[in-house]
Design a protein around this ligand. Structure first.
Ligand SMILES: NC(=O)c1ccc[n+]([C@@H]2O[C@H](COP(=O)([O-])OP(=O)(O)OC[C@H]3O[C@@H](n4cnc5c(N)ncnc54)[C@H](OP(=O)(O)O)[C@@H]3O)[C@@H](O)[C@H]2O)c1
Length: 272
């Protein structure tokens, strides 16, 4: 039985997850991180790394059972594992679209289902879902990524209401563009259609530029730490000046003006 609070961070081999697990491990917390290939992906100081594929029920069950066997408790779940399915909506196969949801949405759902019996029994807990500004504002050529994060947003809002009586806090973190391995791990439509070439090329290269010029993942880790340490965490946390700017513009601008801005940002109105 652990005397420290126990944290589980999914997708801790890279990017946000690695930064989150590493920062939390510097506090008085017992931190478990996961990867689909934990040995190949090295270690994060102070973090116990274990295997997890959030697409598989068995893997999720084994991951949570292993932690419970070792510690007897689980206080904080950070649902971070995810990737981006890019490409025009017509170019992405149904199989790829479902795969995007299996990781980004149902992956989080599986994890929540696995930890809730323990958290309810404990009478306390915290669930932090790493969403994105892409869960609030849709960009071209990221349609299924947007859809998976929009789904996570709605699910999390509902979950927060339901878990309040059990003293389980639920929050969303909505980063803007950050430099991680997300670009390198991006998937593309398996059924490319030449007609989309110029727009897809310009749209995706705008996204790649924003990611590669973005800051490192530390601010997201600091935000998660703030949530962990807060007595009453809010529902939503925006991270990054770009994230806050996009959301503010979306709120204050007429819908048609905002839409024109998105088209300009992704250079969509050029004829070819
Ligand atoms: N970077 C950004 O600009 C940005 C902005 C907003 C939101 N986000 C979100 O932040 C989260 C982390 O992304 P990142 O930028 O840190 O990307 P990253 O550097 O590519 O890291 C992704 C992590 O997810 C894990 N993962 C992927 N598929 C998995 C699966 N099926 N089961 C378990 N783990 C899996 C990977 O672990 P293994 O490969 O080792 O299994 C890796 O640790 C994602 O949910 C992403 O949507 C990123």
């Amino acid at each position: 039985m652990s005397h420290r609070k126990v944290v589980l961070v999914t997708g801790a081999s890279s990017g946000f997850g690695e930064a989150i697990a590493g920062l939390l491990a510097k506090r008085d917390l017992e931190v478990f991180g996961t990867s689909r290939h934990p040995l190949a992906n090295g270690s994060v100081p102070g973090v116990s790394m274990g295997p997890l594929d959030v697409r598989m029920d068995e893997s999720v069950r084994a991951c949570v059972d292993t932690i419970l066997d070792r510690t007897g408790r689980l206080d904080i779940l950070v649902n971070n594992a995810g990737y981006v399915q890019g490409g025009a909506i017509e170019e992405v196969t149904l199989e790829q679209a479902k795969a995007q949801f299996e990781t980004n949405f149902f992956g989080a759902v599986r994890m929540v289902k696995a930890v809730l019996p323990t958290m309810r029994k404990q009478g306390s807990g915290r669930i932090i879902n790493i969403s994105s500004v892409a869960g609030l504002i849709a960009a071209p050529f990221l349609g299924f990524y947007n859809a998976s994060k929009f789904a996570l947003e709605g699910y999390t809002e509902s979950l927060r209401h339901e878990l309040r009586p059990f003293n389980i806090g639920v929050s969303l973190v909505e980063p803007g563009f950050f430099k991680t391995n997300i670009g390198r791990n991006r998937q593309y439509g398996a059924e490319p259609i030449n007609d989309y070439d110029p727009w897809r090329r310009r749209g995706l290269s705008s996204i790649e530029r924003l990611e590669s010029q973005g800051p490192g993942p530390e601010a997201v880790a600091e935000c998660v730490l703030r949530i962990v340490e807060s007595r009453s965490p809010a529902l939503r946390y925006r991270v990054g000046t770009d994230a806050r700017r996009y959301i503010r513009l979306r709120r204050i601008l007429p819908a048609s003006t905002f839409e024109r801005g998105v088209r300009r940002a992704f250079k969509l109105d050029a004829k070819s």
